[in-house]
Ligand binder design. Structure first.
Ligand code: C5P
Length: 400
C-alpha cells in the first residue's frame, strides 16, 4: 500500500434537487483537498440549483447526468459508473431520491446508479420538515437503513421555505467526516488501535493563569483523521484547541500533562501511539487555590516541577504499543537531535520538524524528516494533512 492510499479513494456524488445543492460544492472542495476523487452525477432537478460546470470544475472530473446519453454510455456505461467508486454519496438526498432508492426504481441515472451499485451508500437528506416527518419518508428511511444505507443528518433549524424543524442538510464538514469514516472501513488499519496526543497542554498557576504554548493541534488532529481513514480505531487525547473532533475518532479532552498521560494509559492496549502534543516540560510546583495578588513584594517566584514524559513512558511501558512515534520540534541540528531523542525516549520513529524556519507551529504546512533506526527520510514541505496521510500510509505499511 503506497503513500497515496487515500488519494486512490473515489466517491460517486449524486447531487439531488434542493436548495442545499450549493453545499455539495463545498463538500467537493473538502474531499478534493483531502485527496479523495469525486465523480459527480447531477440529477435534472439538481441542475436547477447548481451548474454542471461548477461541479466539474471543483471535482476535476466529468459530470454525468443522462441515463440514455450516447456519449456518456460510450465512455462509461451506467453499471460501470455505479461501481467506479469506493462509496456512493447522495447530497442532498431529496425525498424523491430516497423514495426511488427505497423502492428500487431505476428511471434515471441517479436512481439506476443507486440500484446497480455494489458499494456502500451514504445519504445526507435535505427537505422541508413536513416532507421529512411524513410517514412515507420515515418508512423509506427505515427501509434504506435496513438495506445498509448510512445517514448523516438532517439537522434541525430554519429552512429556506421559512419553516423551522428537521430537514436541513448536514453541513459539509459533517458530511465530509462521515465520508472519511466510511472510506476507512475495510482499510489496511482495520482492527488496529491507535492513541494520538495533540495540541498544547495547559498547566495552571492559579485559577486564572496558566502556562501553555502556541501548538494549534492541527498536525495531531490530521494524523488522527488520516489513521481513522485507513480504518484504525483512534483515541485522540487532546489538550485545549479550537478544532472540532475528526469524525470517527474518539476524542478525550484534557488540560495538563498529567491528565494527558492518564488518558493515554487508559486508552491502552493499543497497536500504535503517535505523540504529537506539545507537552509543557514543567508545571508550577504548587497550584494556588486563589488568584495570586499583585503585591509590594514584586513578582512571585514560580517553582516548577518536571512533567511526566508521555512519549518515553509509553515507549517503556510493559503495555507498549507495537509502534511508538514521537515528534521533535527543533530549531538547530534537527536531524542529529532527533536521532538522539529516538534513543533517549525509546520510541521507534521520530518525526523531526524544523520550527526555526518559521511558521510550522500553528501554521498549515510542515517540512519533516522521519528518523528511524534505519536512517533518515526527508520529505518536502507540504500541507499538514498531506504529512498526516503519508505518515498514516507508512504506518499501515509497517503493519502489513
Ligand atoms: O523532549 P521533547 O519535548 O523535544 O520531545 C518531543 C516529543 O516528546 C513529542 O513527541 C512530544 O509529544 C513528546 N513529549 C511527551 N511528553 C512530554 C514531553 C514531550 O510526550 N512531557
Amino acid at each position: 500500500m503506497g503513500a497515496s492510499a487515500l488519494s486512490e479513494k473515489r466517491v460517486l456524488l449524486i447531487v439531488g434537487g434542493g436548495i442545499a445543492a450549493y453545499k455539495a460544492l463545498e463538500l467537493i472542495r473538502l474531499l478534493r483537498k483531502a485527496g479523495v476523487g469525486v465523480r459527480p452525477i447531477l440529477t435534472a432537478a439538481g441542475a436547477q440549483f447548481v451548474t454542471p460546470l461548477s461541479l466539474s470544475a471543483l471535482a476535476e472530473d466529468k459530470v454525468y447526468s443522462e441515463l440514455f446519453s450516447l456519449t456518456d454510455e460510450a465512455e462509461m456505461g451506467h453499471i460501470e459508473l455505479s461501481r467506479s467508486a469506493d462509496l456512493v454519496v447522495v447530497a442532498p438526498a431529496t425525498a424523491d431520491l430516497m423514495a426511488k432508492a427505497a423502492n428500487g426504481l431505476a428511471g434515471d441515472l441517479a436512481a439506476t446508479t443507486l440500484l446497480a451499485t455494489d458499494k456502500p451508500v451514504l445519504m445526507a437528506p435535505a427537505m422541508n420538515v413536513r416532507m421529512w416527518e411524513h410517514a412515507a419518508t420515515q418508512r423509506n428511511l427505515a427501509t434504506l437503513r435496513a438495506d445498509g444505507v448510512v445517514f448523516v443528518g438532517p439537522d434541525e433549524g430554519a429552512m429556506a421555505c421559512g419553516e423551522y424543524g428537521a430537514g436541513r442538510m448536514a453541513e459539509p464538514p459533517a458530511i465530509f467526516a462521515a465520508i472519511m469514516a466510511a472510506l476507512g472501513r475495510g482499510g489496511p488499519l482495520e482492527g488496529k488501535r491507535a492513541v494520538i496526543t495533540a495540541g498544547p497542554t495547559a498547566e495552571p498557576i492559579d485559577p486564572v493563569r496558566l502556562i501553555t504554548n502556541r501548538s494549534s493541534g492541527k498536525q495531531g488532529y490530521a494524523i488522527a483523521q488520516a489513521l481513522a481513514a485507513l480504518g484504525a480505531d483512534v483515541t485522540l487525547v487532546s489538550g485545549p484547541t479550537a478544532l472540532a473532533a475528526p469524525a470517527g475518532v474518539r476524542r478525550v479532552e484534557v488540560e495538563t500533562a498529567c491528565q494527558m498521560l492518564a488518558a493515554c494509559e487508559s486508552a491502552l492496549p493499543a497497536d500504535i501511539a503517535v505523540c504529537v502534543a506539545a507537552v509543557a516540560d514543567w508545571r508550577p510546583q504548587n497550584l494556588q487555590g486563589s488568584k495570586i495578588k499583585k503585591g509590594a513584594d514584586g513578582p512571585p517566584a514560580l517553582g516548577l516541577v518536571e512533567n511526566p514524559d508521555i512519549l518515553a513512558t509509553l515507549s517503556k511501558s510493559n503495555r507498549r504499543p507495537k509502534l511508538v512515534v514521537g515528534f521533535a520540534a527543533e530549531t538547530d541540528d534537527v536531524e542529529a537531535n532527533a536521532a538522539a531523542k529516538l534513543a533517549r525516549k525509546g520510541c521507534d520513529w521520530i518525526v523531526a520538524n524544523d520550527v526555526g524556519q518559521g511558521g510550522t507551529l500553528g501554521g498549515d504546512d510542515n517540512a519533516v524528516a522521519i528518523v528511524t533506526s534505519e536512517g533518515i527520510e526527508r520529505w518536502d514541505r507540504m500541507a499538514k494533512g498531506e504529512v498526516a496521510r503519508r505518515l498514516a500510509a507508512r504506518i499501515a505499511q509497517e503493519f502489513q
